[in-house]
Write a protein that binds this ligand. Structure first.
Ligand code: TXA
Ligand code: MG
Length: 316
């Protein structure tokens, strides 16, 4: 039998649930699974916990964190709700969508968590483990993706360990994240506007709200969305085919053969499946030692919009 040398990855049960809540309550940081990507969670009411998150991720303080809740019960003191929020919440939450709302003055959320903005991004994740933790904790969780700022988000416990090693002492294993790409972020403080595309598409949102969405460039634009992001650590070249077998080629659909350097995001041409495989595939390519990633043009519809958004940023 192989001897475990070091592991900070825990499976989830009643005992680890208790341990995790106690640990977070004291202001420590844990990595927890969600249906989108794994997060780096800290008590949003604790200044020191929030500071630890920024430090661990090497995240610029001007990039605000998403605050995660179990349900509507505790959010009224933190944000000002509106009709768009209620409609979207009813349809899509819990699930992979984040709402930017005006901050309530009485909110106990540490202002460093929201980069001193007058808004808060809130999300109600659906993964059963994070739901249980949020249900039993009496505080919301500030939780960015569990990766160093600008690198690829993790979609399994081992990805988090590979990135942070012993810097995080509690990682909860919740299997592979179902969606594999970060939540859709929508600004609801004025005319609804998508700040970060995700699996829940603008089409889904328009249909639910029965309005058109704003395309205006807003001042508070997700600050983290401005620069290079989601980088696998090697060059990513879009819309071109590699001329060399030492370069990987990310493809999509059944018209591609099974060459060793070809990596198909979805043979059957399913964009949701392609999104779920995107980060996994880029990590695999990097670990296999390829020096460059070429990517075929992906359809720019539905989840394809989110895929193209991440690919474009990865190629910067
Ligand atoms: O799926 C997800 O949303 C994951 C899981 C862990 O929940 N979290 C995540 O967090 O992706 P993070 O920190 O990696 O990305 C949060 C995004 C950033 O682009 C940030 O700028 C934006 O949300 N954001 C947070 N608060 C905001 C606010 N008040 N106004 C505008 N954008 C905000
Ligand atoms: Mg992130």
């Amino acid at each position: 039998m192989m001897k475990k040398i070091y592991s900070n990855i825990y499976s989830f049960n009643k005992k680890t649930l208790k341990k995790t809540i106690k640990y977070l309550k004291r202001g420590n940081i844990a990595s927890l699974p969600t249906e989108t990507v794994y997060g780096l969670a800290g008590n949003a009411y604790s200044e020191s916990a929030v500071k630890k998150i920024f430090k661990l991720k090497k995240r610029p303080l001007k990039n605000p964190l998403i605050i995660h809740y179990f349900n509507l019960k505790n959010i009224k003191k933190d944000v000002i709700l509106n009709k768009y929020f209620f409609r979207l919440y009813k349809k899509f939450s819990p699930g992979p969508i984040t709402y930017v709302l005006k901050k309530n003055k009485e909110s106990k959320i540490k202002s460093i968590a929201t980069a001193n903005l007058s808004t808060i991004a809130i999300r109600f994740p659906s993964h059963n483990i994070i739901r249980k933790i949020l249900k039993h904790a009496n505080f919301p969780l500030a939780m960015p993706s569990a990766n160093f700022s600008s690198s690829l988000s993790p979609i399994k416990a081992q990805d988090v360990f590979d990135e942070f090693k012993k810097k995080i002492s509690l990682i909860i294993d919740g299997g592979q994240s179902k969606f594999g790409i970060e939540s859709t972020v929508i600004d609801l403080t004025e005319k609804p506007k998508i700040l970060r595309p995700g699996i829940i598409s603008s089409k889904d949102i328009k249909k639910c709200l029965n309005i058109t969405l704003s395309k205006k460039k807003s001042i508070i634009k997700s600050p983290g969305m401005l620069k290079k992001h989601y980088s696998p650590g090697i060059p990513v070249i879009l819309g071109k085919k590699p001329t060399n077998v030492n370069h990987a080629y990310i493809v999509f659909g059944k018209r591609f053969s099974n060459k060793t350097n070809y990596f198909n995001l979805s043979k059957k041409g399913n964009l949701k499946q392609a999104a779920a495989n995107l980060y996994k595939t880029m990590r695999k390519i990097k670990n296999l030692g390829y020096k460059k990633i070429f990517v075929v043009n992906m359809p720019n519809i539905g989840p394809g919009i989110a895929i193209n958004d991440r690919l474009t940023r990865a190629s910067k």
